[in-house]
Design a protein around this ligand. Structure first.
Ligand SMILES: C[S@@+](CC[C@H](N)C(=O)[O-])C[C@H]1O[C@@H](n2cnc3c(N)ncnc32)[C@H](O)[C@@H]1O
Length: 260
């Protein structure tokens, strides 16, 4: 399945999420009956996965990765006048791939770029496709070199508790990103080897066993061109990839050769 590993000290979190799962599915029974249905009858699998994923993310999270993309990677593609193909492998509610797209637009209005963004959780994917965020939360997330008003439209939503400002990603940024469902734990990924110039895999490996992390990293590495860049989250390790890549920054790795 998803391969997400939850440790024993997460008892309360697991109990809360199981309560949420009962509510979300509208299941008429107790938790062990519901878990039985999931395990033996393969029912409610999507709801089960959606409930157990942790989707915390924000715009320009670990912003030094976007600075590296802007200052080191994008100039190479501008010089060659060639399209850059990027992959965001756990895109959650969309802030990460949209930050990648905004970085490209901020760098150059003419550079051609495409971003594929996948996640296992169908709820967050729907949120990402909509591209609508709460202004009050998001506005604090942009670094000073990004002017959000260039990339979002504002609108006011009337709520029972008062007005709320929402921001919606502009169509030119949206059109750079294609969202899809994918499980990083699958044996094969639906992309050709050496297809991408850049792969983001951040703050997702931490949910897997060390062995599964290594397997996922190797599969992602195959998708990356020689000379392409892999960005990992702050507490993630490149494991076996370290011998096949060059570290060029904080959890930034440039692929030197394939793993045979
Ligand atoms: C904590 S969020 C990180 C989002 C983003 N990469 C960031 O750094 O801000 C982790 C995401 O990984 C996704 N995820 C968890 N297990 C997955 C799997 N097996 N395959 C694909 N995505 C998965 C979750 O649904 C969640 O949206």
């Amino acid at each position: 399945m998803a391969g997400i590993t939850l440790t024993e000290n997460k008892d309360i979190m697991i109990a809360n999420r199981l309560d949420k799962l009962i509510r979300n599915t509208g299941f008429n029974g107790n938790i062990s009956q519901l878990l039985d249905e999931i395990e033996h009858n393969k029912k409610f699998t999507t709801e089960f996965i959606n409930t157990f994923t942790t989707n915390k993310t924000h715009f320009f999270r670990e912003d030094f990765h976007f600075v590296d993309l802007r200052d080191r990677v994008l100039p190479m593609f501008e010089k060659l006048n060639s399209e850059i193909k990027m992959y965001c492998s756990a895109s959650s509610t969309g802030e990460e791939p949209y930050s990648m797209a905004i970085t490209v637009k901020e760098f150059s209005s003419t550079l051609r770029a495409s971003i594929v963004a996948t996640d296992i959780d169908t709820e967050v994917l729907q949120y990402a496709v909509n591209g609508v965020y709460r202004f009050q939360k998001s506005s604090k997330e942009f670094p000073e070199w990004i002017k959000p008003q260039k990339y979002f439209k504002r609108r006011i939503q009337k709520n029972l508790i008062g007005d709320e400002i929402l921001i919606k990603v502009n169509d030119d940024i949206k059109s750079m990103v294609t969202f899809g469902k994918m499980n990083l734990n699958d044996d094969e990924y639906p992309f050709d080897d050496e297809f991408f110039d850049v792969v983001f895999c951040r703050n997702v490996l931490i949910y897997f066993s060390s062995e599964d992390q290594n397997k996922i990293l190797k599969k992602l590495f195959r998708l990356l061109k020689i000379g392409g860049t892999l960005y990992l989250g702050h507490s993630e390790s490149p494991q076996d990839l370290i011998n096949h890549s060059k570290r060029v920054g904080q959890n930034i790795f440039v692929k030197q050769r394939n793993i045979l």
